[in-house]
Design a protein. Sequence first.
Length: 489
Amino acid sequence: MKSAVETLNPTRVRLTVEVPFEELKDSLDAAYKKINEQVTVKGFRKGKIPARVIDQRFGRGAVLEEAVNDALPKFYTEAVNEGELNVLGQPEVDIKELKDGELLSFTAEVDIRPVIEIPDYSGIEVTVDAVDVSDEDVDKSVDELRERFASTNTVERAAAEGDVVTIDLEAKVDGEVLEDGVASDVQYTIGSGELLEGIDEAVTGLEAGGEATFTSQLKGGTAEGKDAEVVVKVTQVAARELPDLDDEFAQMASEFDTLDELKADSRKRLSSMKQYDQATQAQERVLDELLKLTEVPIPEKLLEDEIKTRKHNLEHHQLGQMGLDLPKYLEIQGKTEEEFDEETKEQAVKGIKTQFILDELVNKEKLNVNQEELTEHLMRRAQSSGMSPDQFAQAVVEGGQVPMLVGEVARGKALAVVVESAKVTDTNGEVVDLEDDETDESDESDETAETVDTVEASTDEAETKTETKAETKTDAPADDKPADAKTEG
């Protein structure tokens, strides 16, 4: 086999491959065997039809087409390896010549990862928010905890803002009561804005047994978006009572004995949260600066696929769970479809550039991912997905997604290398020392052990090396075989 590579642009090549006919022998034998199993010819036992009879009855062209389609993936892969190409996605294959007994010639156009020169990133400087926890922040945190321990007591007076009222509702459109427009014993906190627009004004000032009528646009149900006449009847008024802010409250609401200890703990937690936010902000801003410094050509087909994937995930997963469609979502966001498309494209471009750059850094810095790092990452992903670590690990292994997780961890380590070399200061002018947050996972030790077992069962080595190109969500799937190419006999 002979192959040649022609560079069409920085992200696409054309392979030209010539295969001597004798190298098709195994595929021809397999083609005859396959056809033998599928057809019946009178006078011959099934599977025992001679090749010459198959040629006469069904045509040599059908055999050649089957053989070529079987052989193409192998020869394409050999040409890719010979050219040392890092291909993305499916190739476009074109059979140029097929001479029976002489030669097979074909071309394959395919996207490739661009060659990226990582610039000197040691001079990157970014500014992040300072970690300042004010007394007001602490008071707000304690007040939120206090709200959770509030009690409600029935009162014999008119309802006011902040009260919890029990109400019955009846909605009419065009004078007809809606089937799904009646509700009883609904508890509503006046001023929360959680029900219909106009209800706060309607119930404020009513005592138990009082009712009012108001007009509001329905937010859901069979008449969503229509104006309805709503009758609301108050059956009970209850006032919220907050516990006194003292040591007794601290003992009831926490493990602390005094209010001062509770406030000190709140300050510590708020500081930790702001430090985490600060570290995240530093990573994002350092990455943005790295993207500005690095030239990255984007494969057109890869970008198209990424945009389609992002749109599909938004419309069929995220919005579907919220009961929204794309037009309604755009209306809520106050965006036109053109603005949405442009924003999606920008996000897709940034995502692809980020992966290409960080994967190149993984190779340049020779970064490895060990089993412990992979397991820790898997557990964090499990927590965000709402699944147990063992369930998530099982799903990852069964879906063949372990290499994807390895890629995520490796890229995270690559970004950490860049962040460590950058100068990060806060808005107070202080240099920020970013350290990895250590998560206490001692309570999940049993599940961690199960997770490790699951992941180790899917990988033969305890240390997974990522010096070879790690899979990414924008890369081609593992099966990069070209689509069947039709030949003419």
